[in-house]
Design a binder for this molecule. Structure first.
Ligand code: FES
Length: 142
């Protein structure tokens, strides 16, 4: 029988091996880098917003499976979101990986797989790298 943790690992590996939203956008765009100095891993987000919505979002970078899978999940989840929805989802994910999330994880789809890192404090930075970068990108939009 597949345990929940194994299922979570499969989802993370699937996003790592077949990343969604990998690539670069043509201008106009906002670019924001997320960098983890302790390991050198990076995620670079390209984002284009129009009329208060994320019109397109892509990522590139290199690093551990959790950081890259998390960026893949982010780009998949953020397509078409309003900026307010995007900010709310960022907070929800940051709470999730710290083990502070409440309520139904089903609404998060694949992102729920990141909940597993709450047992591994050193991996929290991996899982949140792209999400902090998006938070900073949204600040550039005001
Ligand atoms: Fe560097 Fe995961 S080990 S971000």
């Amino acid at each position: 029988m597949t345990t929940l943790n194994e299922l979570y690992q499969e989802i993370i590996l699937d996003h790592y091996r077949q990343p969604r939203g990998r690539g670069e956008l043509e201008p106009p765009k906002i670019t924001q880098e997320g960098f983890n100095p302790s390991c050198g891993d990076e995620v670079i987000l390209d984002l284009r917003a129009r009329d208060g919505r994320i019109e397109d979002i892509r990522f590139r970078g290199r690093g551990c499976s959790i950081s890259q899978a998390s960026a893949s999940m982010l780009t998949e989840a953020m397509q078409g979101k309003t900026l307010d929805e995007a900010r709310a989802l960022i907070q929800q994910v940051l709470a999730l990986v710290k083990g502070e999330a409440e309520g139904d994880l089903d609404t998060l789809g694949d992102i729920a797989a990141l909940a597993g890192v709450r047992h591994f404090p050193v991996r929290v930075k991996c899982a949140t790298l792209a999400w902090h970068a998006l938070d900073e990108a949204l600040e550039q939009l005001g």
